[in-house]
Design a protein around this ligand. Sequence first.
Ligand code: NI
Length: 309
Amino acid sequence: MSGQRLFLFALLGLFSSCVAVAQQQQPMPPAAEQPHVIPPPDPPRGGPQITFNSVYVEEPYVAITFDDGPHATLTPKLLDMLAARKLKATFFVIGKNAVEYPQIMKRIVQEGHELANHSWSHPNLGKMGDDGVRSQLQKTDDAIKAAAGARTTLFRPPYGSITPRQKQWIYDSLGYRTIIWDVDPFDWKRPGPGVIRDRIVTQSRPGSIILLHDIHPGSVEAVPQTLDQLTAKGFKFATVSELLAMAKTPPPKPKATVTPIPHTRTGEPVTPPPSPSPTARRATTPAASPATAPPSSPRPAEPTGTPRG
Ligand code: NI
């Protein structure tokens, strides 16, 4: 091998080891700094429903959920806001944070909120093996039990990343139902409290599960006005478990009916009679519901699978 070629090989070796070191030292992205995607709906199967993006309810209840905490200062601030309004929320905590802030965990429980499992260290569970996933959930389960005195049966995968097979064994062996969301204000992108508030207030429907993070100042700052505007629209708040307990089977969708167009003897369609004037229509239409009433057509329980985040 010529000296020149040897030099080139040495240079290549040095370069690839530098790349390897750089990759190892690359910091993990902080929790909730990545897009959250609604996983595809479960394939049809027998047995109980184990994934929930929203539920069908007959009362205007929503569940507001906070992920990735507890946070040393923001979670207590948020608890004050909820207490001032006597409203209940659900906290999908990270196990590592839960053991770091046991007092905040206890306060969450004492004030009537719900604790739920959001993994130990916020990894992408959809790309992990079963043993790793089990450890992530079990360690957080233990941390929640230590704080609350009881375990939770609600779990939310970080970034919404989970496979149908994983959800099934997580349900079968750990008893966890997978809770996703249907209202995502993308607060992790820090669009500002006003934008976060408006997105939530516009998107919420009876039975909605609202996604927020109590680790971003702007998200917590958005909470008072969000809660007040949702309340003004007629919404009430429940924990996720309470919302699931209220779930009803949605009524069957009305079948689309096709009205045949009458034809003349020559085969030409008959010109339809003119529609009544707006005044005549108004006279026969029942009075519109007040602007403050919540939307009366809740979403169906099953998600559409549209990715978000
Ligand atoms: Ni998260």
